[in-house]
Design a protein around this ligand. Structure first.
Ligand code: 0A1
Ligand code: ZN
Length: 897
C-alpha cells in the first residue's frame, strides 16, 4: 500500500535552496531490473548549518561518500521521500550510488523500459526516481553523463547535449559520454538507450553554424519520421526569423516512444515524444495527425528558449514556460498554414487556426475554470503538481500571453520578449519577471500606462463575463458602447487579504455593421482616425466609449479574433446573428455568429427533448446554414468550421442543469435534419471537394477533405439515400487515412450496424500491426452512438487492449468516459461504476494518467439530479479506496468538496 498523504504546497512558501549544485556527473549501469546510478555532485552550501535534503523515491541507497570518504551511517538519514545530510562543509563533493528497477516502473516517470528500450521522464518530479537530488527547477547545474550497457541490446546510448565519446567495454558492454554545455534544472535531464533507427539532416543556423537534426524511432519506422524531421527544421527557421532565437546546441534529437504519459517532453537537446506525435505517413495518419505533429515538434523545440534557457523558479510558475510556448506554437502553426497561400487564403487559414484554438479553449478550459479544479494560470497551491498540467496553465496561459501581444502590438511584444531574454537568460524566474520585461517596453511606448491591472490575470481564476450595451442616438449620430465585467466563480483561492474579485484588463476588439451588413468606419469621440476594428481596453468594472458619425442603429461585431478569454453577453436577435453570419468582415466573429445561432437552436431542442415535446428544426436556422453552404467565396476549411455544430461540452456550460443524453439527441437531430433538408447542397459539397492526386497535408487539400467528409457524414446522419453506399465506396477506395477514417467514422456513428461492423473488421485486419491505428479503431468505437458500457467492457477484454499503454487507455477508456455522453451517462449509473473501476485499476499502475481520467467527473454537480446521485457515489467509492494515490485523491476530494 502506498503511503501518499495529501500535503498542500503553497506558492507563498517558496524558499531558495540552501545549496548550489555546481556540477552533476552521472554514471548509469543500465540493467532492466536493477540499474545502478552513480552521482557525483559538486556542492556549495549557501546558508550556514543548512541540512542537505535530496529528494528520492523508490530508490535503494547503496552508498554515500563526502570528499571521497564513506559517510558514517549516523551522519545521514534516508526514508521513502528523501536523503538528509547534516553538517556538510561549505564546499564538498558528494557521491551517491543508488539503484532502481526500470522494468517494474509502470508510472512512466523516472527511468522506465518501453518495448525493451530505456527512456526517462523527469518533469515535473521524476528525477527523484532516478537518483537522490534537489528535484526543483531553480537548482541548475552543468551535467556530464556516462551511459553503460550491453551493446547488442542497447546499441544506441543518448543523453543531453553533445557526445564526447563512445567506447567498447568488457563483457559485450559499451559506454557513451555526453556533456550538456548549459546549466539546467534536473527536470530537463534525459537518457535513451536501446535499438533505434534514425533519420538525420544538417541544417545551418542564421549565424552559419551547422546543426545535426535527428529523429529516432523503432527500426523499420524511420520513413514515417520524415514529416517530424521537416517540422523540426521549419521550427528552427521560424524561431530565428520571427524572434531572432537561434539553437544553441550542435545537435538536436527527437526520440519516439510508444509508452508516454503526455504528448512530448522538451529535455535539453533530447526531446522524447509520444510516437503518436512523430510517426506519420498518408496511409495511416490523418490531416489532424500531421498538424499535431508540426505543432508539437514546434512546441518542444520552442521550449529550448522559453523553458530551458529561461526556466521556472518553482512549479507555480509553470505557465511562464507553457503559456508562452503554446502561444508560440500557435503562431508557428498559423504562419506555416498561411505560408505559400494567396493573401485571402492566408487570412482564412489564420482564422481557421484561431477558431480551432478557441474551440479547444471553450471545450476544455472554460469548464475547468468553472469547476472544482478552477485555478489561476499561476496556481496558489497544489497537492500534486502533475494535476496542474492543465488547459488553464497551457491554453488560458497562451491567451494571457496573446493579450499582451495585442496590448503591446506585435513589434512591442517582440521587443518585450527580447528584453525578457536580456534580463533572464540562464535564470529560473517567475511570471512576474516576464510581465515586468513586457511592461518596461509597454511603458516606454505608451507613457502613463502600465500592466498593474493586467497582472491580475495571473492570480484570478474563472472566466470573466463581459456584458455589452449599445445605445444609438439618432439625433447626435453617435453610438455609446458600454462594457461591464464580472466574474462569478466563487470559492477560488486568493492571496490573503485580497478582495473577492477585481476587474481585469480586457482588450476587447469591436466592429460595427450597418443594417445591410456593410462595415462602418469607426471613429471614437475625440479621435480623427477611423478604422474597421477598434480595440477597447476595459480596465475597470464598467466603461463607456462613444463612436461618432453613425446615422443608423448598427449591429455590433464583438470580441473580434477572440481578443480576450471571456464570455460575451449581448442580446443579439436571431436576425442580427444571421446578418453577422452573412457579412461580418472579421472571420472569427462571423463564425461566432453561426455558433451562437446553432447553440440557441440545439439548446431549445434539448429542452423540448427533455420535456418529451416533439423536435422540429426552425426554418430560419436551416436557411442560414443553406446560405453558408451555397456561399461561393468561403474556402472549404473555413466553411467546414462554420457548418460544424458547437460541441457538447461547450453547450453543456450554457445549461443550468445538464441532461447529457437529451443534449446529444437534440444535437444529432439538428445534424440529421440539416442532412435531410439540404441533401442536394451537401452532395454538391462532396462532389466539389474531391482531392485527386498525391496526398498533401497542406491546408487547402486538408480543408477540402474536412468539408467533404463533414458533408458525407451529415448526409448519412440524415439517412439520405445513397449516402451509405458512398461511404462504403470511399472507405474501400481511400488513398489516405483522413478519407478512410472519415468514412469509417460516419459509418460507425450514423450507418447501419452491419455496414459499420464490416468496415471495422476490415480496418482492424489491415492495421493490426500499427498500434497508432489500432488506437483510432478503439477510439471510434468508444465514442460510437451504439456503444454502451457492456460494449466498452467487451472492447476492454480485446487481446489488443491494455491499460498499461497510456495511448491505448486514452483511446478506449478516456474516449468513452469523456466523449460518449449517451453511453457514459446512460440512466442507471453503469458508466460511472465503470469509471470508478478503471480509475482504480489505472491508479495502481500510473497515478498521473489515472488522475486525468478521474477528472471526467469534474462537473458532476451540474448534472440533472438523477445522474448526480450515482456520480457522487462513484466519486466516494474512489475516494475511500485504501492506498489511493495523492494525484487521484486531490482530484476526487476537490470534486466532492
Ligand atoms: N513540458 C511538456 C509536458 C510534459 C509534462 C509532464 C510529462 O510527464 C508526465 C511529460 C510532458 C510539454 O509542455 O510539452
Ligand atoms: Zn510545453
Amino acid at each position: 500500500m502506498r503511503t501518499d498523504s495529501p500535503v498542500t504546497i503553497s506558492r507563498q512558501d517558496y524558499r531558495p535552496y540552501p545549496f548550489e549544485i555546481e556540477s552533476v556527473d552521472l554514471q548509469f549501469d543500465l540493467d532492466p531490473t536493477r540499474s545502478l546510478v552513480h552521482s557525483r555532485l559538486a556542492l556549495q552550501r549557501l546558508t550556514p548549518d543548512a541540512e542537505l535534503v535530496l529528494d528520492g523515491e523508490e530508490l535503494e541507497l547503496v552508498s554515500v561518500k563526502v570528499d571521497g570518504e564513506v559517510l558514517a551511517a549516523d551522519r545521514y538519514t534516508v526514508d521513502a521521500q528523501a536523503l538528509r545530510i547534516k553538517g556538510l562543509p561549505e564546499h564538498c563533493v558528494l557521491e551517491i550510488t543508488s539503484a532502481c528497477n526500470p522494468s517494474t516502473n509502470s508510472t512512466l516517470m523516472g527511468l522506465y523500459v518501453s518495448n525493451g528500450n530505456f527512456f526517462t521522464q523527469c518533469e515535473a518530479e521524476g528525477f527523484r526516481r532516478i537518483t537522490f537530488f534537489a528535484d526543483r527547477p531553480d537548482v541548475m547545474s552543468r551535467y556530464t553523463v556516462t551511459l553503460r550497457g550491453n551493446k547488442a541490446a542497447y546499441p544506441v546510448l543518448l543523453s543531453n547535449g553533445n557526445l564526447l565519446g563512445e567506447r567498447d567495454l568488457e563483457d559485450g558492454r559499451h559506454e557513451a559520454r555526453w556533456e550538456d554545455p548549459f546549466r539546467k534544472p534536473c527536470y530537463l535531464f534525459a537518457l535513451v538507450a536501446g535499438k533505434f533507427a534514425h533519420v538525420e539532416r544538417t541544417a545551418r543556423t542564421s549565424s552559419g553554424r551547422n546543426i545535426l537534426l535527428q529523429v529516432y524511432s523503432d527500426p523499420g519506422s524511420e520513413d514515417k519520421t520524415l514529416y517530424a524531421l521537416d517540422s523540426l527544421e521549419r521550427s528552427m527557421i521560424w524561431d530565428e526569423t520571427r524572434y531572432g532565437l537561434e539553437l544553441d546546441l550542435d545537435r538536436f534529437m527527437i526520440v519516439a516512444t510508444r509508452d508516454f504519459n503526455m504528448g512530448a517532453m522538451e529535455n535539453k537537446g533530447l526531446n522524447i515524444f509520444n510516437a503518436a506525435y512523430v510517426l506519420a505517413d498518408p496511409d495511416f495518419a490523418t490531416d489532424a495527425n500531421y498538424s499535431d505533429i508540426e505543432a508539437i515538434v514546434g512546441h518542444e523545440y520552442f521550449h529550448n528558449w522559453t523553458g530551458n534557457r529561461v526556466t521556472c523558479r518553482d512549479w507555480f510558475q509553470l505557465s511562464l514556460k507553457e503559456g508562452l510556448t503554446v502561444f508560440r506554437d500557435q503562431e508557428f502553426s498559423a504562419d506555416m498554414m498561411a505560408a505559400s497561400l494567396s493573401a485571402e487564403e492566408a487570412a482564412s487559414a489564420r482564422a481557421v487556426k484561431r477558431i480551432d484554438d478557441v474551440v479547444t479553449l471553450r471545450a476544455a478550459q472554460f469548464p475547468e475554470d468553472a469547476g472544482p479544479m478552477a485555478h489561476p494560470i499561476r496556481p496558489e497551491s497544489y497537492q500534486e503538481i502533475g494535476n496542474f498540467y492543465t488547459a488553464t496553465v497551457y491554453e488560458k496561459g497562451a491567451e494571457v500571453i496573446r493579450m499582451q501581444q495585442t496590448l503591446l502590438g506585435v513589434d512591442g511584444f517582440n521587443a518585450g520578449l527580447k528584453e525578457y531574454f536580456r534580463r533572464h537568460d540562464g535564470q529560473a524566474v517567475t511570471c512576474d519577471d516576464f510581465v515586468a520585461a513586457m511592461e518596461s517596453v509597454y511603458q516606454a511606448r505608451h507613457p502613463g500606462k502600465d500592466l498593474t491591472v493586467f497582472r491580475r490575470w495571473y492570480r484570478q481564476a474563472g472566466t470573466p463575463r463581459v456584458t455589452v450595451t449599445l445605445r444609438h442616438d439618432a439625433a447626435a449620430r453617435t453610438v455609446t458602447v458600454e462594457l461591464a465585467q464580472r466574474s462569478d466563480k466563487v470559492g477560488v483561492e486568493r492571496l490573503p487579504g485580497e478582495p473577492d474579485k477585481q476587474p481585469l484588463h480586457i482588450p476587447f476588439a469591436i466592429g460595427l455593421l450597418d443594417q445591410t451588413g456593410r462595415a462602418l468606419p469607426l471613429r471614437l469621440a475625440g479621435s480623427t482616425d477611423a478604422a474597421d476594428t477598434v480595440l477597447l481596453e476595459l480596465t475597470t468594472e464598467r466603461q463607456q466609449w462613444v463612436f461618432e458619425d453613425i446615422a443608423d442603429a448598427p449591429v455590433p461585431s464583438l470580441l473580434r479574433d477572440f481578443s480576450a478569454p471571456v464570455i460575451v453577453e449581448y442580446d443579439f436577435s436571431d436576425a442580427e446573428l444571421a446578418l453577422l453570419l452573412a457579412h461580418d468582415t472579421n472571420a472569427f466573429t462571423r463564425w461566432e455568429a453561426g455558433q451562437e445561432l446553432a447553440s440557441r437552436e440545439i439548446l431549445r431542442l434539448t429542452a423540448d427533448q427533455a420535456a418529451g415535446r416533439p423536435l422540429s428544426l426552425s426554418a430560419s436556422f436551416v436557411n442560414a446554414w443553406a446560405a453558408v453552404l451555397r456561399e461561393p467565396t468561403l474556402d472549404a476549411a473555413y466553411r467546414e468550421r462554420v457548418l460544424a455544430l458547437p460541441g457538447e461540452k461547450t453547450l453543456a456550460e450554457r445549461m443550468t442543469e445538464v441532461d447529457p443524453v437529451a443534449l446529444a439527441v437534440a444535437r444529432d437531430f439538428v445534424r440529421a435534419e440539416l442532412g435531410r433538408q439540404l441533401a442536394a447542397d451537401w452532395q454538391a459539397a462532396v462532389d466539389n471537394n474531391q482531392t485527386p492526386g498525391e496526398y498533401s497535408p497542406d491546408p487547402i487539400p486538408a480543408g477540402r477533405r474536412a468539408l467533404k467528409n463533414f458533408a458525407l457524414a451529415t448526409l448519412q446522419a440524415g439517412q439520405v439515400a445513397g449516402a451509405e453506399a458512398q461511404l462504403e465506396a470511399q472507405y474501400a477506395a481511400a488513398q489516405n487515412m483522413t478519407d478512410r477514417l472519415g468514412a469509417l467514422a460516419a459509418l460507425v456513428q450514423f450507418g447501419e450496424a452491419a455496414a459499420a461492423d464490416r468496415a471495422l473488421q476490415d480496418f482492424y485486419q489491415r492495421w493490426e500491426h500499427e498500434p497508432l491505428v489500432i488506437d483510432k479503431w478503439f477510439a471510434l468505437q468508444a465514442t460510437g452512438r451504439r456503444t454502451d458500457v457492456a460494449a466498452v467492457r467487451k472492447l476492454a477484454d480485446h487481446p489488443a487492449f491494455t491499460l498499461r499503454n497510456p495511448n491505448r487507455a486514452r483511446a478506449l477508456i478516456f474516449q468513452f468516459c469523456l466523449n460518449n455522453p449517451r453511453g457514459f451517462h446512460a440512466a442507471g449509473g453503469a458508466g460511472y461504476r465503470f469509471w470508478a473501476e478503471q480509475v482504480l485499476a489505472l491508479d495502481a499502475l500510473n497515478p498521473d494518467v489515472a488522475a486525468r481520467l478521474a477528472r471526467a467527473m469534474d462537473r458532476w454537480v451540474r448534472f440533472v439530479p438523477a445522474l448526480r446521485a450515482p456520480m457522487r457515489q462513484a466519486l466516494e467509492q474512489v475516494r475511500k479506496h485504501p492506498g489511493l494515490s495523492r494525484a487521484v485523491t486531490e482530484i476526487v476530494s476537490k470534486a466532492l468538496e
